[in-house]
Write a protein that binds this ligand. Structure first.
Ligand code: SAH
Length: 349
């Protein structure tokens, strides 16, 4: 695979174009074109000769949409092809306050959570910062957005992969996607979700990027959490809560716990009580979601009624909590399921 030009920020592009014997201002033209989601070959204000030279070294189209699935509620899911033929997926959701894109940070994942489709084949590879950014650039362009008038206004790092397991590229992506003069999505509109890699949460808190930290909790006791989340063997809930407190201290940002309701696993009345005991008084919010069933796994979702009952118990106990509606469920339930389905019907090149 060639290099990814979208990995570079404006200052790095300036160095590059000058090294290539071009005038410095060409970097701005190049950067503007890339931020508009264009292929290098489609940036019209650069000379053919310069573009040809760039294309010897850099991928013209690091991320390409190969399939779009549209839900009756307006949600869109995409299969993206990467330059090396790997496939990732993404989601575009419309809300009253703007449009949220769910992005992937790795091809596959090595965390092994039992309920998650992204981990079925393990980790294939990390995405580079520029590939992650390109997911956003192409979807923004697809919807007629520009860097000045964005169609993608919010991001959630909740696609395939564990962002803190691809730490350096994820941070580089976050710096570039929030940079002034670029697509410039505010860090406050970005949520990073992690299964709870404690040392990396501390590092993230020290980066000075005021994003929304989201933790996949999914249980109240370490021994039970280990059954569905192998990472729980390495980091205890207690340590996660300490890291979250540090995150709040450093950034002033409330944090969010994701809690997927799995029948018979984590949503009895006892779990509600334990969750209240763990989280009460902390500056946090609990996002409940009914499990999206993954056909390769035998975990089952709880009923809608039981989910509302669980929500009611949390609220009564003084927690701030919501039950997320399952959007786009008519176009491939669980995250990661689309890709898994695609790979099982098409040979990987
Ligand atoms: N690796 C990150 C991002 C993963 S996906 C993390 O672990 O947080 C984002 C959220 O979806 C996580 O909270 C994850 O636990 C949850 N999730 C994964 N598979 C799910 C499924 N089948 N049903 C409901 N939620 C799921």
């Amino acid at each position: 695979m060639k290099e990814i030009l979208q990995d570079k920020n404006l200052a790095e592009l300036e160095t590059l174009v000058m090294e290539m014997g071009e005038k410095k201002y060409r970097a701005k033209q190049l950067y503007t074109g890339l931020m508009q989601g264009k292929k290098i070959s489609d940036i019209s204000d650069l000379s053919k000769a310069f573009k040809a030279k760039l294309l010897e070294r850099f991928e013209d189209e690091p991320v390409r949409i190969i399939e779009t699935f549209t839900s009756s509620d307006g949600t869109e899911k995409y299969l993206f092809s990467l330059a090396d033929g790997n496939i990732i997926e993404g989601v575009f959701m419309r809300y009253k306050y703007g449009n949220t894109q769910c992005i992937s940070t790795q091809v596959g994942c090595r965390m092994g959570c039992k309920f998650c489709a992204s981990t079925l084949n393990g980790l294939i590879r990390n995405l580079t910062a520029g590939e992650i950014l390109s997911e956003v650039l192409v979807v923004n362009a697809l919807h007629g957005g520009t860097p000045e008038k964005r169609q993608v206004t919010n991001l959630v790092l909740m696609g395939s992969g564990e962002p803190l397991d691809n730490y350096d590229e994820t941070i580089r992506f976050l710096r570039n996607v929030t940079a002034e003069g670029g697509i410039c999505i505010s860090a406050r509109n970005i949520s990073l979700s992690t299964c709870g890699i404690v040392p990396k949460i501390y590092e993230l808190a020290n980066e000075g990027i005021p994003l929304n930290l989201t933790i996949s909790l999914h249980n109240t006791k370490d021994e039970e959490r280990m059954r569905t989340m192998p990472v729980a063997k390495a980091y205890k809930i207690e340590e996660i809560l300490k890291a979250c407190a540090y995150y709040f201290e450093k950034t002033g940002r409330r944090y969010i716990f994701e809690y997927s309701l799995i029948a018979g696993e984590n949503c009895d009345e006892r779990h509600a009580e334990e969750l209240i005991a763990l989280l009460k008084g902390r500056p946090c919010h609990v996002n409940l979601i009914r499990l999206n069933e993954v056909k390769e796994r035998d975990l089952k979702s709880t009923t809608e009624k039981a989910a509302y009952r669980f929500l009611g118990l949390l609220e009564k106990g003084g927690l701030s909590a919501t039950l997320r509606r399952q959007i786009g469920s008519d176009i491939g339930g669980a995250c990661g399921q689309l890709r898994a389905g695609y790979l099982s019907t098409k040979p990987v090149e």
